[in-house]
Ligand binder design. Structure first.
Ligand SMILES: *Cc1c(COP(=O)(O)O)cnc(C)c1O
Length: 473
């Protein structure tokens, strides 16, 4: 196949995309055509030939891709913190790749640069990072994991600017997170040379929220050991239970010990759009920074991640270095260049999909989106509570609903039973919901209500189906 503009090919693929979405409303369409990897390798034609594939062959590969990829926009996909369908996400992603701009400079990505800056500013206003007296800053990056790392990076730069030239020296800089926090903090410690021993785990209560007394004790212990407390990260919406750490109380501890307070709102940050639920982020404006993944709760498509901060110059101070000879020229729009604030050189345009979404829905539309997902959560929790075959693991604060199916036969071990039941569901492919476990060995379903396509009737169907299937486990 020649590498030239092929209208027919593009038309065909666009047609396939439309058929793909249309099939979601067909009751017989599975969420996943599950194959173990060793079988899938045989079904796919992964090898390259020296002469290249024909157009027909290539389209067959496209069909295979669609066929064997789980349908995250299917109403019965509730497996991940991402899922659902958004016209704006598709438009945004398609148009971004068509223009294929890199975000380093205003010159190459003028529209996307202004859109990203506008999104950062709007989000910062909601969070209390931007006001008439405070500018705030932020950047889109390759995911919430990297946004969490960016927080530690900025905290180190602001508190110990000498580290930029001299490295960490012999300071043992400590980061505090709850036991329920995301594993990305471990990766950040690895990469920044801070050491996993200096990632200090703070206790959480039974709902999964950070214990303030334990935080204070752990910080004091580090000081007594001659270490240097650097940052505390609260989680707004934990990955398993959906718990929100007490942000305002953590602010007080952060002030007392001069810590940077970062909020990991990768999953739960979207509550900021809802009058009814934004209280979960109360105190955010007193914190230093926040991670927000709009591709999770708001469904704007992977990846739509933000690192947001109230400190105006910290991103550039932390990340600038090099590039002045060939890319960052001194010109009339230099102040708009985002490359100096980023760890990447080439950076994909991620703003357009979320900008289009906000433009299309308006503030009210984003609020309705969040509230509707909560309504479904309420409904689902009600179904679980009224059904004697089911057991709610935890009264949810957010859109994670954790529950177990109780085996009819009392002699059956409940944890293994739930594990087996979940795998049976995956292999069958009609519905997809995830599972998780506690340290004590409890295994339970973790149903995530991030998917805007899921209807209440889908939730009824899921539970009924699980109970039916449980007879076969
Ligand atoms: C998903 C998640 C992350 C990681 O975000 P990615 O965009 O997947 O890198 C971090 N923290 C929390 C609480 C999350 O739920």
């Amino acid at each position: 196949m020649k590498n030239e503009f092929d209208k027919e090919l593009l038309d065909t693929v666009l047609g396939k995309i439309i058929s793909y979405y249309e099939a979601n409303s067909d009751a017989d369409t599975p969420v996943v055509n599950y194959r173990p990897a060793k079988d899938l390798i045989k079904e796919l034609d992964l090898n390259f030939s020296s002469g290249g594939a024909t157009k027909e062959d290539l389209l067959k590969q496209v069909d295979n891709y669609f066929k064997f990829s789980p349908r995250t926009s299917h109403p019965q996909f509730n497996n991940q913190l991402t899922g659902g369908f958004s016209n704006e996400a598709i438009l945004g992603e398609l148009i971004s790749i068509v223009c294929n701009a890199t975000m380093a400079t205003y010159e190459v990505a003028p529209v996307a640069t202004l859109m990203e800056a506008h999104l950062v500013s709007e989000l910062n206003k909601i969070l209390g990072f931007e006001s008439s007296t405070q500018k705030g800053d932020g950047i889109m990056l390759t995911g919430g994991s990297n946004a969490n790392m960016m927080a530690i990076h900025c905290a180190r730069q602001r508190k110990f600017p000498e580290t930029k030239m001299q490295g960490n020296g012999n300071k043992q800089m400590c980061v505090y997170v709850s036991r329920e926090a995301h594993y990305s903090h471990q990766k950040a410690m690895l990469l920044m040379g801070l050491g996993l021993d200096n990632l200090i785990t703070v206790k959480a209560d039974s709902a999964g929220r950070m214990c303030i007394e334990d935080l204070k004790n752990k910080v004091q212990t580090s000081i007594d050991q001659g270490k240097t407390p650097l940052l505390v990260c609260s989680t707004a919406g934990t990955t398993v239970l959906g718990a929100f750490d007490p942000i305002a109380k953590i602010n007080t501890v952060a002030k007392e010990f001069n810590l940077w307070h970062h909020i990991d709102g990768a999953w739960g940050g979207g509550v900021m759009f809802s009058e009814k639920y934004k209280h979960l982020l109360n105190g955010s404006g007193e914190a230093d920074s926040l991670t927000f993944d709009a591709h999770k709760l708001m469904g704007s498509g992977l990846i739509t991640s933000f690192f947001l901060t109230k400190h105006e110059n910290t991103l550039e101070e932390s990340n600038s270095g090099g590039g002045s000879k060939y890319i960052f020229h001194d010109y009339e729009n230099a102040e708009y260049d985002t490359g100096k604030k980023s760890l990447q050189c080439g950076r994909k345009v991620d703003s357009l999909k979320f900008w289009l979404m906000w433009k299309a829905k308006g503030h009210k539309g984003l609020e309705d989106f969040v509230n509707t997902q909560y309504e479904k959560q309420n409904y689902f929790v009600g179904l679980i509570k009224e059904n004697p075959c089911l057991k709610l693991i935890q009264e949810p604060e957010f859109l994670n609903v954790c529950f177990q199916v109780i085996p009819k036969d009392e002699s059956v071990e409940i944890n293994k039973f739930n594990f087996d039941l979940r795998f049976k569901l995956v292999k069958e492919g009609k519905m997809l919901t995830n599972f998780s476990s506690f340290e004590d060995g409890t295994i339970f379903f973790r149903h995530i209500l991030a998917n805007n396509m899921t209807k209440k009737s889908d939730l009824d169907n899921l539970l009924n189906h699980l109970i039916d299937l449980s007879g076969e486990v």
